[in-house]
Design a protein around this ligand. Sequence first.
Ligand code: SAM
Length: 328
Amino acid sequence: MSALLAQTTEIEVDSTPFSDYETDGGSELSTQSLSSSIREHVYENGRRYHRKSAGQYFLPSDETEQDRLDLLHHLYTLVRGGALYMAPLREDPARVLDAGTGTGVWALDFGDIHPGSEVVGVDLAPIQPDWTFPNVKFECDDLEKDWTWKLNHFNYIHSRALATAIKDWSRYFTQCFRHTAPGGYIEIVEYALDRLWSDDDTLKDSALEKFMAKFSEGLSKSGINVHVDGEYIKKGLEEAGFTDVQVHPARIPCGAWPKEPNAKRVGATQHLNLQTGLEAHGLNIFTQVLEMTVEEANELIAAALKDVERRKVHSYTIVWNVVARKPE
Ligand SMILES: C[S@@+](CC[C@H](N)C(=O)[O-])C[C@H]1O[C@@H](n2cnc3c(N)ncnc32)[C@H](O)[C@@H]1O
């Protein structure tokens, strides 16, 4: 398990001088069978959105966003010390579902190291590669509709970063339960949408704090539950019928401000994620839901990103891996 996950005390700040004018957050850590209608897109304020997801999912699906999702996959595994999942899988689970698979990167990695598993990745948007491993396939479907897979079918369901996507969590957990095989596992991975944390007072009154407050307000207005944290997921899974629920929280620093090298690397990766992630999350919600002008939205996004780059705001988010089992 990573040192970051095990950490229970405050994250120590790297107080090495850092120029306000440097904007790359530390160059040493920067890295450089479907129908045609589901491939249709709309363009708005320079970003491309999947047409079929309009009104349902507000993040873009363009190449910039796909690159960010692949980076996010790297970030999640980095936080877990390289692990793809935390469920106690002893052998290759026969049937695996990756719900809201995005670019399919998790499903492909899982299928690669579990050749005995048949992996299905499902998403609203067809942004997965055409080439895939023989044991991995992708489907386009809406997880908020009635699932058409067989009941008691999947030996392991993986669901990551869908807090901005799922509106009815209770129904989602129930469908997961009905389609998990007895004795099978579920793993839900989500990060906080309602706030950031800081162990000192640097987050207070920052642009980053304002960004989160506005973002959270806009999400709530559009019917998204912004309080899907570890405890919420645990309760929802138990109510659906799952047992042995384990919640594994980990902190992700927003920027390369920590002193400890592992935490700094995670923070620098989060900085890269936020370089396009703040816009991906904020632009549509700010302009369409909160009716800010594009200029106002861009100004807030740029100011929040500066807070991350400058390393003066020592904030972090929390990601929860919640693992549970369906009784035999
Ligand atoms: C933030 S991405 C996460 C992708 C992937 N799980 C990962 O961790 O890399 C959320 C994904 O959920 C998909 N999505 C949103 N609403 C959905 C729905 N109702 N049914 C299926 N997929 C959905 C989006 O198209 C997007 O690819």
